[in-house]
Structures are given as structure tokens and as C-alpha cells.
Design a binder for this molecule. Sequence first.
Ligand code: PHE
Length: 365
Amino acid sequence: QGQGAAPGGAPVDANTILLGQVGSLTGGQATFGISTRNGIELALKEANAAGGVKGKKLSIRVYDNQSKPEEAAQAATRLITQDKVVLILGDVASSNSLAMAEKAQAAGVPMITPSSTNPTVTDKGDYIFRVCFIDPFQGFVMAKFARENLKLNTVAVLQDNKSAYSIGLADVFRRKFTEMGGKVTAVESYSQGDTDYRAQLTAIRKSQPEGIYVPGYYSEVGIIARQAREVGLKVPLMGGDGWDSEKLFELGGSAIEGSYFSNHYSPDNPDPRVQKFIADYKAAYGAVPDALAALGYDSARVAVDALERAKDLSGPSVRDAIAQTKDFPGVAGTVTLDAQRNAVKSAVVLKVEDGKTQYVTTINP
Ligand code: PHE
């Protein structure tokens, strides 16, 4: 069942360019897909209002992957074989994007993930791009922040073993934190969807760390924060972009206060371009855009820019045009794609305070 400007099955006429999105609209990471869809929709509305691309209107077909990699792969196949989209946007969670990238690369259909940060996603081939930084950088950012800003000597790590993203980010963080002279006192793991983390947290408490790195998704992190306090852990929690959701504050309550995470964008950025995006997004969706919305918006604008520059709308031409993206002014930073089809950008560190995020600092590559 498709959703969006061109409902599933609706024929697309010769004056329309059809794009596709696969997103987690339901399931454990639902806010990721919804925010991303909103950001993309806003960008396409603006592009259509400005005349579209090559004299044609843009339309998008959106499929839900229920936050599951198998569903993501199937949805990508449907977009490729049935809807014959010129390009795919998505997904957020790296495990889903990895499953989709396999299909897109095999079919020669360009794919841009707005926000998947695991490095192996774009390794799937020359049709796979991203408009965000990768986890070797993101892990370094939090290790540096933990050592230099929080002055921590010891940390424990709690990772999600069902997520390529979480495993990758935990590995980099451990390596970097150790290289910077810190010590990792314990490494524990869980599986996405678990609800009881007390055994792992108790083991972590016994190792007496000064902080805990939890590079998971908001749905689990919120509960982990509460149970950490319950078992007597009072030290700060730290995480990555996967924390970014309004739901984190709801799930974590007071337990998540005073925690830190790395992210792609801060709504506190005074840049007029960013503030205009925030105002437009608020008017359309009644909420402050999170990083997913910002990166969704950027991914669609990079796609539109590439489609306009492309010699024609064939897979190879669109691929080449995306690959040439340079100094593109996004709301979550400037996008220049490197030879590995990744964007090289700075990261921000945010603090959870009074049920929302507070900008702390920017760390450059
Ligand atoms: N980077 C995460 C991943 O690769 C997804 C994510 C991005 C989540 C931005 C929240 C914000 O799985």
C-alpha cells in the first residue's frame, strides 16, 4: 500500500517524475520514517512550486517497512519493478538501508539515504549515496567529547546487537576512547525490542564506570535510562543520532535528563536558512523538525538538484549527477559527496535538558 502524492497503484503520466521512499512509518522506529517523509514532502512541494524538474512535476510513492529490514528490501523491490521510480530515498536505520541498497544496486536504480550512518551502506555500490556523515566520525565525536569535555576516564558500553548501526558505532567509540587514554570497563548488549535491561545494567554498575555509552534507538534508550537509575547508576548516559526523537523524553522522563548525544543538526542553529526551514516545517506539520526531517529535506533537495542536472533520467545519468554533488547548501550542513559517496560534515553534541535538547558544541571532521 503506497502513500503520498501518488497513492499506490495510481498511474503516473508522462509529465510526472516518480520518486520512491521506503521508511519506518510504524514499528520501533516510527518517528524516524514519519519525520523523514515530512521533510521530503516539504522539499518536493517547494520544488514543484518552483516549476518542478525538466518541465515535469515531481511525485513520490512511499512504502512503510514496519522498521524491519526484510520489509525494507521488499518495498525497495516494489518501487523498482512495479512503480519504476527514477530514484529511491531512504531509509533511516542502517540495517534497513543495507537491505534496500542490495536491491537498488543490483537494479541500477540510484538510492540516497538521508541518515543511515553505518559505513557499509554506501559500500554496496556506485548507485548508493548518503547526505550525512558516517559512524567512524560520529564515534570519534562522542569519544572526544567524553574525554575532553566531560573529562571521563572510564566508560561502559551497552549496544544493540540487532542493529548494524549500534554495533558499528559502539566499536568505533571503544577504539577511539581507548586511543585517547580512556578505559572501557564493560561491554554489554541487548536486542532491539527487549524491555528488561536490568541484568546488563547491574553488570555495568559493578564495573563502576564514570559514564555509559548507549548507541541505540530512542525506543530502547528511553527504557534503558529509567532502568539504569533504578539499579543505582547515576553517571551520565551518552549516545548517537539514534536517540533523536520526541519520544525519547516521554520514555526516559527525568532519567534521561543530563544525558548527551551526537547529532546532525540543532534547531538552535541561528542560520537564517535553517530558521526558515524550521518555520515552514512547523507551519506544515505543527512540530519542530528533528534531524530526520532536516536530512529528509536535504536528501530530496539533493535529488531534485541532481535530476535537474542529469543528462536524462536513466539510472546511470542520475547516478553520475548525484555523484557530482558539491557544496550543496543543506539545512543539516553543506553536502559535498566524496569518492565513497558519503557527505563529510560536522556533528553537534546535544544535551537533554527540561525534556528537550540543548545545543552544546560542534565538532568538525
Ligand atoms: N544513523 C542511524 C542509523 O544509521 C539512523 C538515525 C539518523 C537515527 C539520524 C536518528 C537520527 O541507523
